[in-house]
Design a protein around this ligand. Structure first.
Ligand code: OOB
Length: 544
């Protein structure tokens, strides 16, 4: 079968009438995603495009140099026999190699599966199998994990993966290929309504799912995100989260920066001491973090001496940041926080740069496009009034209509009229902003009462001795579920006992049925591949 036909098998595009409308209103501009780079090169070939500040960083590439490196790699892949429509697992750490390889694949219409460096063989094998990947791109062991060993495993588990390309010391495999683009003809641009790349779902239950994002929808995602962040060619963006994740990739991230001809700096070490030095050296203006990192940065700003005055926008998302931490970040860096509530499946909400700070501290944002259709519904799928908690359903130009090759999930995760069931519990404010109040399935049912973990977590984080907290339900013979608070203390944990914490919550107005039944003290919480607190892992650990 032709690789393009194979690519479309199991892909659920927008219905024709919807795609037509998105085109008519100018949301889809019918250009391939890599065209963002081509246009930036045309406008300012000598401007800095990409800096590799990872452990083995190679300095800065101008737009012309970046484009040249992309063309060489694209020619290399064509020479190696890759064909438009084929899928390839991309698993590289933040680096110039990541930025070059990604754009090269897009240039030749080979569709990368955007896995994260923390993914391991079970996830990679599943994603390779589902996507029908013909190749894997990883790196050597220089960052502490040897991806060559993973590649060898993958080749045995998923025989369709015929090729392996390694950045660095390739060992038994091939190096990332480069070739002279003047002697090899590159394929024509892909159909912009086809998948440009696959994102990987962030859920912690079960194996990750494939999320096909088209050239048209992802380019819109980049442009609109860039416009809301008021990005310009004068901005410098730091990729501190894993670059293959939707947030640093396109919200606005790398693609948003390409859309305005700005400068993107990659680091593979997101710790405050490493990143603060980069912020000072490159005059970083924008970056994005998960809440746990943002909290760490705010604390560290008190003693790290670097000059951080260039930072004008600190995007925080991926999980809910508490009001206390959002305020602390604003205080530390000078009113720079933007909340981002997004999902690989599509919908992205942002607080706006001119929103009142109180809104920025307490709301997770409002949809980025007027074409996003939101429904907030009760358990019977009836819409609830503003101010009431319900599940968020969404449909729109850049939200998928179905996971790739996953009919069993799609029946559950999408309504008949094409809305994605996010599983997120939200409440809409009169301003149109959403407040995320939990996960539908994570609601704790204690002695018949529904308890949102969110409320308890938010209040516990106001405790001066608590740095991080996760509240989960654990099964209990008497109560059905009991409320367990897992607490990471700031210093010594002496004062953090069940009675003192219950008293603290009561003093702050929490109802008695919401008080934790047990408290567990931990020095750190498990996190997912992108750095969110992993409640599924916690539950498994504490119940097992
Ligand atoms: C982002 O994408 P994913 O696919 O890794 O995870 C999506 C899920 C959402 O459904 C929600 O449950 C949670 O992560 N989430 C948040 C949140 N942002 C994401 N929950 C509360 N508050 C927030 N601000 O995580 C993602 C994608 C693009 C931009 C930003 C985040």
């Amino acid at each position: 079968m032709n690789a393009i036909t194979d690519l479309t098998t199991g892909f659920r595009p927008h219905p024709d009438h919807a795609a037509r409308r998105y085109r008519e209103v100018g949301v889809f501009d019918d250009r391939p995603l890599w065209d963002l780079l081509r246009r930036a090169v045309e406008q300012s070939p000598d401007a800095p495009a990409v800096t590799d500040a990872s452990i083995d960083g190679h300095g800065t590439l101008s737009y012309a140099e970046y484009q040249a490196a992309v063309d060489r790699r694209a020619a290399g892949f064509v020479h190696a026999g890759l064909q438009p429509g084929q899928r390839i697992i991309l698993q590289l750490n933040n680096s110039a190699a990541f930025a070059i390889t990604l754009l090269a694949l897009l240039r030749i219409g080979v569709v990368p599966v955007m896995t994260l460096p923390a993914h391991r063989i079970s996830e990679i094998a599943h994603l390779a199998d589902r996507s029908g990947a013909v190749a894997y791109i990883g790196e050597d062991g220089r960052r502490g994990f040897d991806y060559r060993a993973l590649a060898a495993d993958l080749r045995t588990q998923v025989p369709t993966v015929e090729r392996v390309f390694i950045d660095g010391d390739a060992g038994e495999f091939a190096a990332l290929p480069d070739a002279d683009p003047t002697t090899i003809s590159l394929p024509d641009a892909a159909d912009p309504d086809l998948p440009a790349l696959f994102l990987v779902s962030g859920g912690t239950t079960g194996l990750p799912k494939l999320i096909a994002r088209t050239h048209n929808d992802y380019a819109f995602n980049a442009r609109r995100s860039a416009s809301i962040a008021e990005l310009s060619s004068a901005d410098t963006y730091l990729v501190a989260l894993p670059g293959a994740h939707n947030f640093p990739l396109c919200c606005p991230g790398l693609f948003g920066m390409l859309s305005v001809g700005g400068h993107t700096v990659f680091t593979d070490v997101p710790s405050p001491d490493a990143t603060f030095e980069l912020i000072e050296r490159y005059r970083i203006t924008v970056t994005s973090l998960v809440p746990a990192l943002a909290q760490l940065w705010a604390v560290a700003s008190e003693w790290e001496p670097a000059d951080l005055s260039s930072l004008r926008l600190l995007q925080v998302g991926g999980a809910k940041i508490s009001r206390t931490d959002a305020q602390a970040c604003d205080a530390a860096f000078g009113d720079v926080v933007q909340q981002v509530f997004g999902m690989a499946e599509g919908l992205i909400c942002y607080t706006r740069l001119d929103d009142p700070r109180a809104t920025v501290h307490t709301a997770q944002g409002r949809p980025m496009s007027e074409h996003d259709e939101l429904r907030i519904v009760d358990a019977d799928d009836n819409e609830v009034p503003d101010g009431t908690d319900g599940e968020l359903l969404v449909r729109g130009p850049y939200t998928i209509r179905g996971y790739y090759r996953a009919d069993e999930h799609n029946a559950r995760s999408f309504t008949e009229d094409g809305f994605y069931r996010s599983g997120d519990q939200v409440r809409r404010l009169p301003s149109g902003h959403l407040v995320v109040t939990g996960r539908i399935k994570a609601t704790i049912v204690r002695a018949g009462e529904n308890v949102a973990a969110d409320d308890i977590e938010e209040t516990l984080l106001m405790h001066p001795e608590i740095s991080q907290v996760a509240v989960i339900g654990l099964s209990d013979e008497v109560l059905g579920e009991k409320i367990c608070a897992i607490v990471v203390p700031r210093g010594r944990s002496a004062g953090l006992t069940l009675p003192t914490l219950r008293a603290f919550l009561t003093d702050h107005g929490l109802a008695s049925f919401k008080l934790p039944d047990t408290v567990v003290i931990k020095s750190q919480l498990p996190v997912t591949a992108v750095g969110k607190i992993d409640k599924v892992a916690l539950r498994t650990e504490l119940e097992g």
